[in-house]
Design a protein around this ligand. Structure first.
Ligand SMILES: Nc1ncnc2c1ncn2[C@@H]1O[C@H](COP(=O)(O)OP(=O)(O)OP(=O)(O)O)[C@@H](O)[C@H]1O
Ligand SMILES: [Mg+2]
Length: 483
């Protein structure tokens, strides 16, 4: 395969990107992957994604609810009241139209967080809730079901109000509402997002409004399209992403203050740093609290090695030797700069590999498409400079791939923080797997200087796991590591 065919496969990725959804964040036309140029030396840090983009990518890529084996922690406002949890959707006595919608979405049973959150949200009298669990565990689906359950379809005004950090995230949640409410056609949904121009004083008839804080505030205050006093359920989704945007925190609190006493307040977040807590406590009075600890990655099922190299060419040769000796189902290769990533993609393509390249200059949908193709096994090698959403990407071989094959993570350059120091968390995210769902894996670190050797040693020490030397000139030795 020549470099041309690499370009062709990039074209292929891009056309997939165009079909992935209706969302347009930027025009894709100007987002072709650039060849190395002046800014080719940008480091990971400079390519850091904002949290909203990351969150959106997670949603575009995800196909399933994220399993979690940790215990749900529940803190009840009234510790004496009985704690309900459900194992089936039937137990919730949902309206038949909603139950049908839930099943049509392929949900067989409530997710871990939903087991506790749903009975709390559906209880009478309404209870306030702050819920935290990692991305993909079913928070959005849970509050969508609660909103749809609380609506009175015969009343033609907004009763449920949900705010989301960005236009794109609001549209994603809107889609979930539309899907789940598919058989409940009396309930209507309005989008309070930029570009949805409304005249002053025209009353909104839709029972559910989803939007971004600025537009929702305009609709409530300036344009008076929504009467906030009639809202029964208020949802603030992705609180962690919300507060990362300047101004959103204040706008959200202004909206919350207009709501009547007795309005049910619900707040969701994928992470819970102190700032999110402080914000949550201002938005949600007297809350019940549900927390589900993140399923941690471990290195227990990973064999780690390092290879000594002198140059990027050397690293590439080592990589070729590894490929020559073992059958690799899928590999993910991390480079420090775009320039290296581009170069390596070209080299590997010339060797006949089907390479996917993930780069910060691609628009969100293109990146989602690249990851999706890789996840589906359409490309076997993914080269990336992006550190941020890899923790959500599993490189375990998907079904259908021979179990004798291994999946490999290559640190073509070792992960570093922005000051050039070891970055344990990123190292773990790159090569770790979530414990019980983990399959065995192989990680190879390319060490090219005294400094990178020192860094490798700190990873070894930090995780207390041996990283053995691999001589890539010795094919027999490489073969052994695959066993
Ligand atoms: N009970 C369920 N059974 C099967 N799939 C589910 C269930 N609940 C949610 N899902 C699916 O799991 C995925 C993640 O759900 P959801 O978007 O609600 O998670 P989330 O916790 O809100 O994630 P994020 O923090 O990224 O917003 C979605 O594809 C959703 O359709
Ligand atoms: Mg969500």
């Amino acid at each position: 395969m020549s470099t041309d065919s690499w370009a062709l496969s990039v074209g292929d990725q891009e056309s997939t990107a165009k079909s992935i959804g209706k969302l347009r964040i930027k025009e894709a036309g100007d987002a072709n992957i650039r060849q190395p140029d002046g800014d080719g030396d940008k480091s990971d840090e400079e390519e850091k994604e904002d949290r909203a983009t990351q969150s959106l990518l997670n949603k575009l890529i995800r196909s399933n609810v994220v399993n979690n084996t940790n215990q749900v922690e529940v803190l009840q406002r009234d510790p004496n009241s009985p704690l309900y949890s459900v194992k089936t959707f039937e137990e919730l006595r949902l309206k038949p139209q909603l139950l049908k919608g839930v099943y049509e979405m392929g949900f067989n049973r409530p997710s871990k967080i939903q087991e506790n959150a749903l009975p709390m949200m559906l209880a009478e009298p309404p209870q306030n809730l702050i819920a935290q669990s990692q991305s993909g565990t079913g928070k959005t689906a849970a509050f969508v079901l609660a909103m749809l359950s609380h609506v009175d379809p015969s009343l033609k005004w907004p009763q449920c109000l949900c705010i989301s950090p960005t236009y794109e995230l609001a549209l994603q949640t809107g889609k979930v509402i539309e899907q789940m409410g598919k058989f409940y056609s009396e309930v209507k949904l309005a989008y309070a997002v930029r570009g949805h121009k409304m005249d002053r004083g025209v009353k909104i008839k839709e029972q559910i409004v989803i939007g971004t804080p600025g537009t929702v505030l305009d609709w409530c205050v300036k344009l008076k399209l929504i009467d906030p006093k009639k809202i029964k359920v208020f949802v603030l989704d992705e609180a962690d992403v919300m507060i990362a945007t300047q101004g959103h925190q204040d706008q959200s609190i202004r909206i919350q203050r207009m709501l009547p006493k007795g309005c049910q307040m619900l707040l969701f977040s994928a992470t819970f740093e102190d700032s999110v807590w402080k914000f949550a406590e201002r938005v949600v009075p007297d809350p019940n609290i549900i927390k589900l600890k993140r399923e941690e990655e471990t290195l227990d099922t990973i064999k780690q090695y390092y290879v000594l190299c002198n140059s990027k060419e050397d690293k590439f040769n080592a990589l070729c030797n590894i490929y020559g000796a073992i059958t690799i189902a899928q590999a993910m290769i991390f480079c420090h700069t775009r320039k290296t990533a581009n170069w390596l993609a070209g080299q590997l393509s010339e060797e006949g590999h089907q390479v996917a390249l993930l780069s910060g200059e691609m628009v969100v949908e293109q990146r989602a498409a690249v990851i999706e193709r890789f996840r589906d096994g359409k490309e076997k090698v993914l080269i990336t400079t992006n550190v941020l959403f890899v923790s959500n990407l599993s490189v375990c071989p998907s079904t259908g791939i021979d179990v004798e094959q291994v999946s490999v993570v290559i640190n073509f350059d070792l992960p570093l923080d922005k000051d050039g120091n070891p970055d344990n968390e990123t190292y773990l995210h790159r090569i770790g797997r979530t414990g019980r769902f983990g399959k065995r894996g192989l990680a190879v670190n390319m060490v090219d200087s005294q400094r990178s050797m020192e860094i490798l040693k700190t990873y070894e020490k930090h995780f207390n796991k041996k990283i053995g030397r691999l001589d890539t000139d010795d094919l027999d030795e490489i073969e052994k590591i695959a066993n």
